[in-house]
Ligand binder design. Structure first.
Ligand SMILES: Cc1cc2nc3c(=O)[nH]c(=O)nc-3n(C[C@H](O)[C@H](O)[C@H](O)COP(=O)(O)O)c2cc1C
Length: 178
């Protein structure tokens, strides 16, 4: 399991990823967390060279990220909700996945899509953020196996007070993946 964290602060997205990793570790399931916003990742220039040869001209942390994604069956994206959308860090990351897409390397990979927001559920803000993740999945040929929204998370550690929700989510993942 590879978890891509869409917020660069050690906030709700990272704290959720850390909690899930602890649980995966207990079950001896390999789990790694990547925070693209804290890595060296150039913006895609749209040159389209990768469409021809499946390789990006930039040599930065995306080389290793793409290696890791190639080997994983399930990728979890955790995005903070920003203006009802996914985070900019994740969008930059997705653009830079085009070399892998060009080699059909994303096809049939499984995605777990998670959004976290400050607003309450009935405002549909986190739902809209999830739909930007699932639109990417659809476009990339990935299969979304699970979607999860966490609401009412404004301050960095708010998610940790939703322990039952996190446990239920982990159990749902377990049912689908083990
Ligand atoms: C620029 C910006 C825009 C945001 N827009 C929304 C929003 O549209 N809906 C929402 O529920 N929360 C919104 N939030 C709040 C974050 O989604 C929320 O605080 C989330 O828990 C942040 O995740 P993090 O702690 O991992 O950074 C926004 C936060 C920022 C910084």
């Amino acid at each position: 399991m590879l978890i891509i964290v869409g917020s660069r602060r050690e906030g709700n997205c990272y704290n959720l990823a850390k909690k899930l990793k602890e649980k995966f570790d207990q079950e001896r399931i390999n789990c790694e967390i990547i925070t693209p916003g804290n890595q060296k990742i150039h913006l895609c220039t749209g040159c389209m060279d990768c469409d021809k040869n499946g390789v990006c001209d930039f040599t930065d942390d995306m080389r290793e990220n793409i290696n890791k994604i190639s080997k994983e069956e399930i990728i979890m994206f955790i995005t903070p909700t920003r203006w009802n959308l996914l985070s900019g860090d994740l969008k930059i990351f997705m653009d830079r996945l085009n070399p892998l897409y060009a080699r059909k390397g994303l096809k049939n990979k499984k995605m777990i899509a998670v959004s976290i927001g400050a607003r309450p559920k009935q405002l549909y803000s986190t739902e809209a953020a999830i739909s930007s993740l699932t639109s990417f999945a659809e476009s990339a040929g990935m299969n979304v196996i699970l979607k999860k929204e966490f609401n009412n998370c404004l301050n960095a550690y708010d998610i940790l007070s939703q322990e039952d929700e996190i446990n239920n989510f982990f159990n749902e993942i377990n049912k689908l993946t083990i």
